[in-house]
Design a binder for this molecule. Sequence first.
Ligand SMILES: *[C@@H]1O[C@H](CO)[C@@H](O)[C@H](O)[C@H]1NC(C)=O
Length: 147
Amino acid sequence: MDARTGFIVLCLIGFSCAETVKYIDCGSVSGKVVTVEITPCPSQPCKLKRGDSYTVNVTFSSTVPSQESTAVVHGVIAGVPIPFAIPIVDGCKSGIECPIQNGQTYHYVATLPVKDEYPALKLVVEWELRDDNSKDLFCIKFPVELV
Ligand SMILES: *[C@@H]1O[C@H](CO)[C@@H](O)[C@H](O)[C@H]1NC(C)=O
């Protein structure tokens, strides 16, 4: 059994299988992205099964202090950004200990529910976390496929 097969088997029997995903930085001005993990996502682009929930874990370092942080998520379909509802928009309730300090590294961990009623298509997810001044602590884009 090779490493990849082993990894998938562990995922199937319920181990956490966080996968570092490739992303594009879409303008992180108040911070710097270190890694982006989506769980589960055994192959890229991530195939998101409608009706399931996924965990998005963005490790970033902040270059500003900020009392608050707010997530804004869009699904970009054929170039058009469509607001995407996530259950908790408050970054300070998503794994980040606030106030955010300049120079600290944080793990932003959020749930991405993929509703049954979404159509099966390929899209780009654009995920921003805004600071007190509405500037992006991070802005990442990654392709997904709803299946
Ligand atoms: C988020 O990712 C970082 C970097 O890989 C890891 O250290 C941390 O444990 C992860 N947090 C969660 C809740 O998965």
